[in-house]
Design a binder for this molecule. Structure first.
Ligand SMILES: C[S@@+](CC[C@H](N)C(=O)[O-])C[C@H]1O[C@@H](n2cnc3c(N)ncnc32)[C@H](O)[C@@H]1O
Length: 274
């Protein structure tokens, strides 16, 4: 509301109604959305965002959706300090990243803590698709896990992950490996107490890889996108994959952990191998 108020004398009523008042904040960067109709006014809007939020130093605009295997998103610089690199703080950890070259969502902080709260001392955890390592870092800081492994294919995200491990001094707890989970995970030579699969849309392709390193009682956190009425189908897909591999699992819970688009949720299915 404050943003719309500040823009009152700079935009027409129609333009004002199109302004998206909420935006993502990653470290000192605000990532805003500008509808096509407001492109000519985007710098004015960005400057107001800077003025109203003293902790924000840079304003970028989302350009298109997440694309490709690395789930990156193009960003256009609008105002402030011209950079795409920032340090985000969450749950006691520092996360350095390039918001354009790596996937990261500050909105998933609550979800990371939800999982952290389930972790019991001495767990060995595998985070598939670890990105710049937010899950491993939050777990290392907030739990008594024994070891956390992360596997990430995007070399830039992996490198930021390594820097973050050093920055937070977690080199004894976290081991990050660069590469494709299909190749890397079987080579780790370990079975895990907990496995995370934060790769909505395609995570089901990787269930066989996860099950190879799961054991009795391993808990798997499987992410997908879907409407509420599709959640049952997602659970069925998991059960079917387990059955095909002659394994049994028990669904523990289905948790909505964000919105993908109107009516479509990011959902996490927690299931346990039995
Ligand atoms: C949705 S992002 C999640 C990143 C991170 N866990 C987070 O929450 O910020 C998925 C990540 O998986 C990585 N990725 C995609 N395919 C992969 C594969 N076959 N093996 C390893 N990583 C992969 C992408 O580069 C991307 O960083």
């Amino acid at each position: 509301m404050k943003l719309k108020q500040a823009l009152k004398n700079k935009l027409t009523k129609k333009q004002l109604s199109l302004v998206r008042a909420s935006f993502d904040v990653v470290g000192t960067i605000a990532i805003i959305e500008i509808p096509d109709e407001l492109i000519k006014k985007q710098k004015i809007i960005a400057k107001e965002v800077l003025k109203l939020n003293p902790h924000i130093k840079t304003v970028l605009k989302k350009s298109g959706i997440h694309y490709g295997e690395y789930r990156r998103q193009k960003m256009v610089f609008l105002a402030g300090v011209n950079t795409k690199i920032t340090e985000h703080r969450e749950s006691g950890v520092r996360i350095l990243l390039d918001v354009e070259k790596c996937y990261f969502s500050s909105r998933l902080g609550t979800e990371r803590l939800r999982i952290a709260r389930q972790i019991v001392p001495k767990e060995e955890i595998l985070v598939m698709f670890s990105g710049v390592a937010p899950y491993p870092l939050v777990f290392a800081k907030n739990t008594q896990a024994k070891a956390i492994y992360g596997v990430e294919k995007n070399p830039v995200a992996h490198d930021f992950g390594e820097r973050n491990v050093l920055l937070n001094k977690f080199w004894e707890k976290i081991r990050l490996i660069k590469g494709d989970v299909r190749l890397v995970v079987p080579m780790i030579g370990k079975k895990f107490n907990r496995i995370l699969m934060p790769m909505p849309k395609t995570a089901d392709e990787f269930i066989p890889v996860a099950l190879r390193v799961a054991k009795k009682n391993t808990i798997i956190h499987f992410y997908d996108f879907g409407r509420e009425e599709e959640f049952r189908g997602i659970r069925k897909k998991i059960k079917k994959s387990c059955k095909q591999l002659k394994k049994k699992c028990r669904i523990l819970r289905t948790v909505k952990c964000g919105n993908y688009s109107p009516g479509v949720y990011r959902v996490c299915i927690d299931f346990k191998m039995v």
